[in-house]
Each structure stands twice: as C-alpha cells, then as structure tokens.
Design a protein around this ligand. Structure first.
Ligand SMILES: Cc1ncc(COP(=O)(O)O)c(C=O)c1O
Length: 480
C-alpha cells in the first residue's frame, strides 16, 4: 500500500460519504405470504452499502476503538472473519484509511475472498479444520497478529460491546420509529449475538417486562435452539445457511433475552428465501430464509393479531452460485428431480433442457477454450447440427494442437477432438462408469439415438456423497 493511500482520511477531516449511508434501512410489509392473524415486516439490512447488517457493527466497533484510543492514525484493523463482518470492516476501516488484515479460514469461497481483497483488505488464510486453542484457529491467529503488528487492533466481534451497542442505538430505534411504536415480536438469528443482545436490550427498555417477544430462528445443527429450550449444551451438527447458528455461546450473546425459539432446517431456509425473491422481489441471503421461515411459523401459531418484525440480514448476491443456483441445489439434495432409478439420475446437466455447454465441430478451438473457461469445465461434448454428439474435446486436446503454434487456436474443433466416444445406455451399471473413468474419459449417456448428457467423476462423487448416511457426515464449522 502506498503512503498516500494508507494515510487516514481523517487527515482531510472527512470520511467518505458512503459511510453516512450505513443504517436507516427501509422496512417493508410482507404481503404475498400467509401470515396467519399477524402482520409481518422486514427490515432490509441488505440495503446497507456493504450489503449486510454487519456494516453497522463495523462502523460502531471502529469508532469505539478510535474513541478509546485503541485505534490510531496509521493503525491496522485485524479481524477473524470471511463473512459479512469482513466486508463491513474492509469497507469502513478502508474508507477511513486504516490497513485491514482479515484472517480467513480456508473453506471460504473464492468470491468472498476476492470481494474483501477488492475492497483493499489483506488476507491471511488459515485452517478451517481446527478448533479454539489450536495455534492455527482463525480467532487465535487474529489475536496473535494484533500483538505482533504495531498499532494493531483486534476487533473481535464475539466479545466487543460496541457490536450489540450498534443495534441498541441504531437498528432498534429505527424499527421502533418505522413501526410507529407498535411492535409485538422481533425474530432474529444469532451469529455473534450482537443483533439479539442489542435489539433485546432496546426493546426491553421501551416495553419492559418482556413486552416485546424476542424470537430466535436457529439453523438445525446449531446448539442455540436446544440451549434456549432446555438449557443443555449439545454437540453441534452442520448446516449450510451462512452467518447464523453457532457451536458455542458467544460472549456477547445474552441468550436469556430469547422468549421463544424455532429450529429451521437448510431446505426450509433456502425454500423461504427463494420464495421471498419470487413473490416479494426481495433478494436476501440464506439466513433471510431462516428468519422468514421462523417468523412465518411464529405468525401462523398466534391466535391474536400481532405486529412482527424480522430482518433481511444480507443480500442474495453472494448466494447466486449456491442457494439461487438450481444445479447446486440439486447436487446438495435440496431440489429433487423425479428419479428414474438409472444412470440418468447422475446427470447434473441435461441436454434436452439446454443445460449442457457444447461446441460445434466447425467452431474454433479458441471458442472451445473460452467456453471451458467461462463455465469452469475441462471438457466439452462436440455436437453436430442435429444434436448428435460426435466427439469430446478437452484441455489436453487443445494443448496438443496449440502448444507449438498458438495461431492454431483458429483451427476448427473437428481437427482436435477425440471421436472415440464412451457411450453408455441409461441402464448401464456404476462399474461400467468406473471403467470409462479409468480410461481417462467421461461417459456420454445415450438413450438410443437421444443424447441425455455427460457423467463425470465429479457427478459420481456428488451422487455418492448425497447418498452418504446423515449420521456419518462430520459437523462443519460456521464462520461469520
Ligand atoms: C448473514 C447474517 N449475518 C449476521 C447476522 C447477525 O448475527 P449477529 O448479530 O448475531 O452476529 C445475521 C442474523 O440474522 C445474519 O443472518
């Protein structure tokens, strides 16, 4: 980073104006769902400049550290996160001219890592398969870096009182005003616990003695639901919803504020978020689905009319390749196609439905290469005008042609493709597939003359993983 870009913006006595757009998010009523006797409202936190509710805490934690003298001119902001908190901090601290270092577990998606890097944050990758106390545990690495880097400030959203304070001072009062001081219940999720604690404190103050219910919507697999219901700390499982659910009780999470809790599984969360986009045009992330599903369950169980609020904590943009992608949903078992009971069940992209990326024999090798790159595959079926597969072209075929003379990228695909096809009928066996893979090929599934699609090693692995017994699936850690 150059000297001038590292210089805090406070030198100009002014932060970028975008920071003034954090908070004051709109609130809308849900009108296209069955809400029983209740009215349900959504606070659109996805409309913050960084795309999530975490912009609020990023601003609050940075400004608190500045006020306390923990963060000074030329200082470095350090946090363990690959989630929205990282984006919020990269935005806020970056805009204020601080250096930002984020410690990110290695399971996080490249998209998220690219996003924080684009905002100017430095990234240290660490292990995601180790727990608290291990020297490579992401929070321990961040704490250690803060000691090593002069002027380093470890944000620690899980233990930082400025996190709940952001919600107590901004999110809560905004909801209260927008609802015209008439609220019966608020439905929240818990990641760090900042939202729950901050909103709970605020609403207990404006309507004391639990006048406003604080309802927890928790992903199945998280320990929080059971803790609220029975006080027991159970072993955690895994869940795919991002940003909420925990395998421990965070320091700042005041679970005693929760008056009712619901457990929502991934399938219901994803279905609710997708339905919200289609029916109401609201583009939320996966946890939006958990909160909406929890809020709808609460609303429908009521016997008296109530005014209920929940949140859209982040934007759906980050979930386009997951929850909003039908192939990912099918691969993960969240969308079910009618099974045929044969090999065609392993085809992830069906030719007839226009889902297979193909190339024609007369297309150039450059076209083939670009299609492979764009769709992140290493081979393409070559299909003639009648829709019949006549060859396969892969990266090795391309290399053989162009490595000495790159101008051969202009040659037609037919000059480089393999025309020895490995075709299998739908009623072939998995062992037949293994034979094809052993020969280094992909299987082309043909029902007579009809091309159904390809099966690759990855397709077979995904299929087998999906059929792995749930009990033998190891828990996965959540990183917010
Ligand atoms: C994506 C996401 N991040 C963060 C949060 C808030 O979690 P916390 O304030 O407990 O960290 C939520 C809450 O609903 C969420 O859905």
């Amino acid at each position: 980073m150059s000297q001038s870009s590292a210089a805090p913006a406070t030198e100009h006595n002014k932060s970028p104006e975008i920071l003034s757009l954090i908070g004051d998010t709109p609130l809308v009523e849900v009108t296209q769902f069955d809400t029983g006797p209740c009215r349900l409202f959504l606070k659109l936190e996805n409309q913050n400049p960084g795309g999530s509710i975490k912009d609020r805490i990023a601003l609050s934690m940075i400004e608190a550290a500045e006020a306390d003298g923990k963060l000074e001119l030329g200082g470095t902001v350090i946090e363990a996160t690959a989630g929205n908190t990282g984006l919020g901090l990269a935005l806020v601290a970056g805009a204020k001219g601080y250096r930002v270092v984020l410690v990110i577990p290695d399971k996080m998606s490249q998209e998220k890592i690219s996003h924080v890097r684009a905002l100017g944050a430095e990234v240290r990758i660490t292990r995601s398969d180790v727990t608290r106390g291990h020297p490579e545990y992401y929070q321990d690495v961040a704490a250690m870096l803060a000691e090593q880097i002069p002027g380093g400030f470890y944000v620690n959203q899980f233990g930082n009182p400025a996190n709940p304070l952001a919600h107590e001072r901004t999110t809560g009062p905004e909801i209260w005003e927008q609802m015209r001081h008439d609220v019966d219940a608020v439905v929240v999720g818990v990641g760090s616990g900042g939202t729950l604690t901050g909103l709970g404190r605020f609403f207990n103050r404006v309507k004391p003695r639990r006048g406003i219910e604080m309802v927890l919507a928790d992903p199945t697999g998280s320990i929080l639901y059971e803790y609220v219901k029975s006080g027991q700390l159970v072993e955690s499982g895994s869940w795919a919803v991002e940003g909420i659910g925990e395998d421990f009780i965070p320091e700042i999470a005041d679970m005693s504020l929760v008056t009712e809790a619901y457990e929502i599984d991934d399938a219901d969360s994803f279905a609710a978020a997708r339905e919200l986009l289609r029916k109401e045009g609201i583009f939320g992330g996966s946890s939006t689905g958990t909160l909406l599903a929890g809020a709808l369950r609460y609303c429908r169980e009521q016997t008296k009319p109530k005014r209920v609020v929940t949140l859209v904590p982040d934007t759906g943009n980050k979930y386009l390749s997951k929850m909003y992608n039908n192939f990912w949903m099918a691969e993960q078992g969240f969308i079910h196609r009618p099974p045929h009971g044969d090999l065609s069940d392993l085809i992830s992209h069906r030719y007839e439905a226009g889902e297979v990326i193909t190339v024609g024999p007369d297309d150039s090798l450059l076209t083939a290469f670009k299609r492979m790159r764009d769709s992140d595959v290493s081979q393409l079926p070559v299909v003639d005008k009648s829709g019949r597969p006549i060859g396969i072209i892969d990266e090795s075929d391309l290399l053989v042609k162009v490595h000495r003379e790159p101008s051969h990228f202009n040659d037609p695909v037919s000059t480089a493709m393999t025309d020895q096809l490995e075709t299998l009928p739908p009623d072939a066996k998995i062992t037949d597939l293994l034979g094809v893979f052993d020969r280094g090929r992909v299987a082309i599934v043909m029902d007579g003359n009809k091309f159904l699609g390809l099966i690759t090693r990855t397709d077979l692995l995904s299929y087998l993983r999906l059929h792995m017994p749930k009990s033998s699936t190891p828990p996965e850690r959540e990183f917010v």
